[in-house]
Design a protein around this ligand. Structure first.
Ligand code: GMT
Length: 378
């Protein structure tokens, strides 16, 4: 199949999933066309089967806001015609599903029919999409998609609760390339980060308020009072400066390593003992799955899709949002006893196996095939 993929190219779960999906589909023989405003961060390979088409928005002084969705829909029309793209898979409703629908309508005028598969990722529904300002456009885009998927059952429930949805929604969970997290390499440079007697705690996110990164600091502060430990803090975002200031106030700046954005999180996770994800909401929690795939147990909140990924008492623990004491207690339970830690590490890796890309990517292929078949009948 010739598949067009639209996503946000920046660091963020939806872009990562879309990129990994495209790369795996290309290995399975499909021709993939990424259409977005920057080369996706994890898209290192451009090959015969993988193409990247940049959407540029010409600056025009009359426009107070440059019309990205207009540029995207025009680019989609051009690329579908030029490359014979058969199906468009758009990740994140706003504005991708909306722009794809416009492209589909323009193409129909020329008797070209391209179905749209929309994957909802979380904040496009729970935070941004449900805002009264966007709600009509998001509802319309979901209802006009030829197939709709969500990355967790919880996100499907949220979508049906928050919007007036007439379409079926299929849950296709996020996935992981387990081979990438199979730490065959021996340069797992733990010694550079911490002493042998120190435990390594890690947090990775885009440091937006929804990630509640101050809770990461509070839990780590409590942990390091009880056990020698270091915190690996990975990501860039609006909360970073406040976090640095708080670490200084608490006198733990020397115990926290700030990495900024990293494309090598597997290398950091390979020497981590525990992952903290105290988010306010999380439709899935791809970062938690990446940690688990590396054999790192997870202390997370129990919101959204997190209980579908992190299994309480098995791969880690779940707590109510903001319950620092409970998160600390659970973290210490895992870290204080080496045998316990080993059990949780093994369990985390085993639970991650459920999300192996070889099991999940065929579900998308089946959706593309069904959607194309249904559209031929119409
Ligand atoms: O979590 C983020 O800040 C980024 C956001 C995105 O759209 O890139 O992530 C959402 O999609 C990920 C991939 O499906 C999910 O793993 C995240 O849980 C989800 N984030 C939220 O729901 C807050």
């Amino acid at each position: 199949m010739k598949i067009g993929i639209v996503c946000y190219p920046t660091f963020g779960g939806s872009g990562v999933v879309a990129t990994e999906l495209g790369l795996e589909l290309s290995k399975r023989g499909h021709e993939i066309h990424f259409i977005t405003y920057n080369q996706p961060v994890r898209l290192e390979l451009i090959s015969n089967n993988v193409h990247y088409h940049e959407v540029t928005v010409p600056e025009y002084p009359l426009f107070h806001y440059q019309p990205y969705e207009l540029a995207l829909s025009s680019k989609l029309v051009d690329m579908v015609k030029l490359h014979g793209i058969e199906i468009l898979h758009v990740h994140y409703a706003i504005p991708h599903a909306y722009a794809a629908y416009m492209a589909k309508k323009m193409l129909q005028e020329e008797n070209i029919y391209v179905p749209i598969v929309t994957t909802l990722h979380g904040t496009d529904i729970t935070l941004v999409g449900s805002h009264p300002f966007y709600k009509p456009a998001v509802t319309f885009s979901i209802n006009k998609s030829d197939a709709v998927t969500t990355v967790s059952q919880s996100l499907k429930d949220d979508t049906l609760r928050l919007f007036d949805i007439k379409n079926d929604i299929t849950v296709v969970p996020n996935f992981i390339d387990l081979e990438k997290y199979n730490h065959g390499f021996t340069d797992c440079q733990r010694g550079m980060m911490a002493n042998d007697d120190e435990k390594i705690i890690t947090h990775i996110s885009n440091l937006r308020p929804v990630k509640r990164v101050q809770d990461v600091i509070s839990v780590f502060y409590n942990i390091q009072k009880e056990i020698p430990s270091k915190l690996m803090f990975i990501g860039e975002g609006p909360e970073k400066e406040k976090v640095e200031m708080r670490c200084q106030e608490l006198g733990i700046l020397d115990k926290v390593v700030f990495f900024g954005r990293s494309n090598e999180i597997d290398k950091i996770l390979c020497f981590s003992d525990l992952f903290l994800l105290p988010s306010l909401t999380e439709s899935f929690g791809l970062a938690a799955l990446e940690a688990m795939a590396s054999g790192v147990p997870v202390i997370s909140t129990n919101t959204g899709g997190l209980p579908e990924v992190n299994i309480h008492g098995v791969s880690g623990f779940l707590s109510n949002v903001g319950d620092i004491d409970d998160m600390t207690k659970n973290a210490l339970f895992i870290l204080k006893d080496d045998a316990n830690l080993k059990t949780f590490k093994d369990n985390a890796r085993k639970e991650a196996l459920k999300f192996d890309l070889h099991a999940i990517v065929p579900q998308y292929e089946a959706i593309y095939e069904d959607t194309l078949a249904k559209c031929l009948v119409l």
